[in-house]
Design a protein around this ligand. Structure first.
Ligand SMILES: Nc1ncnc2c1ncn2[C@@H]1O[C@H](COP(=O)(O)OP(=O)(O)OP(=O)(O)O)[C@@H](O)[C@H]1O
Length: 249
């Protein structure tokens, strides 16, 4: 059974068909990249997967369960976590404080009026583990808003990971970064993918990141799947070169 299966999904906005009859299956432990020119429908498709939009047509399954009509928070409970193009951290909190809430949520402690010292120790240990995994220990007690763009993004990715997702959706994780930060963010994603055997779907514009990280690539153009395959297959694909890279094969 696939981790994520999208069947014939269409999203219309009035007369505009942003996503048109798209199907895609992502297997457990796979890192799938979604690429396509501007306006191809990548963000819309991501919003459909994570539940921010309900498709006009089609169905979406998470580990065989129909989640098409499920709101985002219910998908989170089933193990789907997402980061956004614009980082969603609390800049006035430290990195450690930012990580605490999703850890409490994952441990089922979020709505408790008080937390026992044993539970508090569990939260602290898990936060520490996430800081280490994200290579953020040195910044743990700094205000997140004062960190570099790359470290803020790493914090956000670790906040998503704190929810112990089975599938992680990353929306342009290297957007707005210089080459050094892009590289370290790509390495973080690779480490998490390998060490945690995590299924990841990412939308990304940076071709080096995509071709270095992805197991498979789905290319969208004008709302449709233009091609799908391994990085080598996509690099050699004539339709992709014609439509996406804008040059003759
Ligand atoms: N909420 C909306 N209402 C109306 N039209 C929308 C909406 N969201 C997206 N669109 C349109 O749907 C099409 C696909 O947009 P989308 O943002 O999904 O593409 P994209 O591949 O993510 O582009 P980019 O790479 O520029 O982010 C575009 O023509 C866009 O203008």
């Amino acid at each position: 059974m696939s981790m994520l299966e999208v069947k014939g999904v269409t999203q219309r906005f009035g007369n505009l068909v942003a996503v048109s009859d798209v199907s895609m299956a992502v297997e457990k432990g796979e890192l799938r990249a979604l690429i396509g020119p501007n306006g191809a429908g990548k963000t819309t498709f991501f919003n459909l997967i994570s539940g921010f939009f309900r498709p006009t047509e089609g169905q979406i399954f998470l580990e065989g369960r129909d989640i098409t009509l499920m709101p985002p928070h219910a998908r989170v409970r089933l193990g789907m976590a997402r980061t956004f193009q614009v980082t969603e951290i609390f800049p006035e909190l430290t990195v450690r404080q930012n990580l605490r809430s999703p850890v409490e949520l994952a441990l089922g402690l979020r709505l408790r009026p008080w937390i026992s010292s044993a539970d508090n120790a569990r939260v602290k240990d898990r936060v520490q583990e996430l800081l280490e995994m994200g290579r953020l220990e040195a910044h743990a007690d700094r205000l997140t808003g004062e960190l570099s763009h790359g470290d803020q993004r790493a914090t956000e990715i670790m906040m998503a990971l704190a929810l112990e997702p089975r599938i992680l959706l990353l929306d342009e994780p290297t957007a707005g970064m210089g080459s050094h930060e892009t590289y370290s963010t790509a390495m973080l994603i690779r480490r998490l993918h390998r060490q945690q055997a995590l299924t990841i779907v990412l939308v990304e514009h940076d071709m080096r990141v995509i071709f270095n990280l992805a197991d498979r690539i789905t290319v969208l153009a004008e709302g449709k799947v233009l091609d799908e395959g391994t990085p080598d297959e996509i690099a050699a694909s004539e339709v992709v070169q014609m439509a996406y890279l804008g040059k003759a094969a």
